[in-house]
Design a binder for this molecule. Structure first.
Ligand code: TXA
Ligand code: MG
Length: 534
């Protein structure tokens, strides 16, 4: 189908758009939040076209848009007594209210639920089009399902050109994130999606409200969503997004510790510190962040970045909406660099005796993080499993769990494949390690120690105040590996040769522990810990 382009300032636009909608067609319209893909809310066939064009899951209900309060009574079982006060304060504007629905609302709109979501937008073009139609409009955000919501007509074109009847271009959306969704069908009312209207503002009108935990975090496996839209991966560009919490200083250091191209998605004035960056608003101004965020997520793809590290916004006021969208675009991948305890690195060649040093440090109250164990855990993360399947074949994770032997045989077949495996698993190992630093802090440990054989190749080095390296003669290492892993001399030698030289380790470390005698190594460790680490 050919998509018609209409400018909102053209005086015929409302009647042309309304004509298409009366005929059961689909029109993308500007609203103050994001662009919506509209159809006649009372016509199930028209509504079905919305789902088809977006590729939207059938169980995700749509918001019904009205332009006057008179349109509401026929849509609901009963007008909630709190609605007039909400309407008075927030409508027209970025608030959606859920109430028990009437029989007039087709199941296609409510996705089989017994409630309906209603909103009165303030954008003049949206209001004029609804008025010209004479019926309410069902309209989800006008993006392809899963993609960032559109805040400019070009975004709609990118996703839906040729799939819908028309696009009305009304310029940039003022708010930039979708409406706040609150349900009056629970007691107290529950905030299902944060947006331009803040929880604090809603409380002023409604008294106490609940905030659905799905606003902040992933739903538990099998948990039923209050708002079906919250269970899907959402707002995601093609690039992998990671949300980074903590000071700018740590963010900068951490990003630069990666030896790959990563786009810094940061606040105004911070970009100059990076080669590759996009700024998404002022640090202490959630409104500018909301206004820009979806546009910026699309820009990350347009510029061809594969990865983006996004500075975590404050979750106060409208910031909660920005955070909620970002955490979903990041598939809940968040790294919190805001820990206070010191972190040390512990490394060394295989068989040198790292674990003896680790044991002693643990006895002294330091929390040792075993990155080998985290490497095994990393390949069990569902997002990682999806990437592994894509890279190495569906059969590497039968029933959703990795077949480690098969994965190893494919990934270690050549250097390129090994690199590919590392590029998938290392970021997750890094994230899990940092999560454990927080666990260390919560457990009351005096410091965290990252025990990692390949620490210097990892961005984790930038978090380490000091790095301890354990060394031992090759002959002794050889014996230890043979004994520990029950392998032949040849195999053990092969492993040793595959590693970097002792000089490499020593030159990059701050503290060297030469391990020639176990008891002596234990004593040295205690002394070093007392003098330099605690
Ligand atoms: O700002 C907005 O709200 C935009 C503009 C176009 O108005 N619309 C929008 O629609 O964001 P959509 O479909 O992308 O998001 C609607 C959200 C979804 O998460 C959906 O699951 C939820 O509202 N929703 C709709 N009806 C619901 C209901 N009856 N009960 C619970 N959640 C509902
Ligand atoms: Mg949407």
């Amino acid at each position: 189908m050919k998509t018609l382009y209409l400018k909102s300032e053209n005086e015929n636009t409302p009647s042309i758009a309304a004509g298409i909608l009366k005929d059961g067609g689909t029109v993308a319209i500007p609203t103050e939040t994001v662009y919506g893909l509209a159809a006649n809310a009372l016509n199930p066939e028209a509504v079905a076209k919305i789902f088809a064009a977006k590729g939207r899951p059938q169980d995700n209900p749509l918001i019904v848009h009205v332009q006057s309060l008179d349109e509401i009574p026929p849509l609901v079982e009963k007008v909630d007594e709190r609605l007039p006060a909400l309407a008075e304060r927030f409508w027209p504007g970025p608030l959606t209210v859920i109430m028990k629905k009437s029989a007039l609302v087709p199941d296609a709109v409510s996705a089989g639920l017994d409630t309906v979501a209603i909103r009165m937008p303030s954008h003049p073009a949206a209001r004029e089009i609804i008025k010209a139609c004479g019926f309410p409009l069902a309209a989800p955000s006008a993006n392809a399902s899963g993609r960032p919501s559109p805040t400019r007509a070009e975004h709609v074109k990118e996703d839906l050109d040729g799939r819908i009847d028309a696009i009305v271009d009304g310029g940039e959306c003022a708010v930039g994130v979708e409406s706040t969704v609150i349900t009056l069908a629970t007691d107290p009312p529950t905030l299902l999606r944060p947006g331009g209207v803040t929880p604090e503002e809603l409380e002023e009108v409604l008294g106490g409200i609940e905030i659905s935990h799905a606003v902040y975090e992933k739903l538990a496996e099998g948990e039923k969503a209050h708002s079906p839209g919250m269970k899907y991966k959402h707002y995601a560009p093609k690039a992998q997004v990671t949300l980074i919490k903590g000071s700018f200083e740590r963010y900068e250091k951490f990003l630069k510790a990666h030896n790959e191209i990563i786009c810094a998605v940061c606040f105004e004035g911070e970009g100059k510190n990076f080669d590759e960056y996009i700024e998404y608003g002022r640090a202490k101004d959630s409104l500018t962040q909301a206004h820009n965020i979806f546009d910026v997520l699309r820009e990350v793809d347009a510029k061809g970045y594969k990865k983006a590290f996004v500075r975590c916004p404050s979750i106060k006021g409208v910031g909660l909406a920005v955070f909620n969208r970002l955490i979903r675009s990041a598939a809940f991948r968040i790294i919190d660099l805001g820990f206070d305890i010191p972190v040390y690195g512990l490394t060394g060649q295989t068989g040198a005796g790292k674990s003896i040093v680790g044991e002693e440090l643990e006895k002294l109250g330091l929390y040792v993080i075993d990155t080998d164990a985290l490497a095994r855990k990393a390949v069990e993360n569902p997002e990682v499993i999806n990437q592994l399947k894509e890279a190495f074949g569906e059969d590497v994770a039968p029933g959703g769990m990795p077949d480690r032997a098969l994965l190893a045989s494919r990934a270690f077949a050549c250097e390129e494949k090994t690199k590919l495996l590392n590029s998938i698993t290392h970021p997750e190992i890094t994230r899990l390690t940092i999560e454990e630093i927080h666990e260390a802090q919560e457990s009351g440990a005096k410091a965290a120690v990252i025990d990692a054989p390949v620490l210097f190749e990892s961005p984790l080095t930038c978090l380490c105040k000091k790095i301890i390296c354990v060394t031992a003669d090759e002959k002794e290492r050889l014996e230890r590996i043979m004994l520990r892993d029950g392998i032949s001399r040849e195999k053990a030698l092969e492993r040793i040769k595959a590693q970097r030289s002792e000089e490499y380790y020593v030159s990059k470390s701050d503290i060297i522990i030469r391990n020639s005698d176990i008891d002596d190594t234990r004593d040295k460790t205690v002394k070093i810990a007392r003098e330099e680490l605690l």
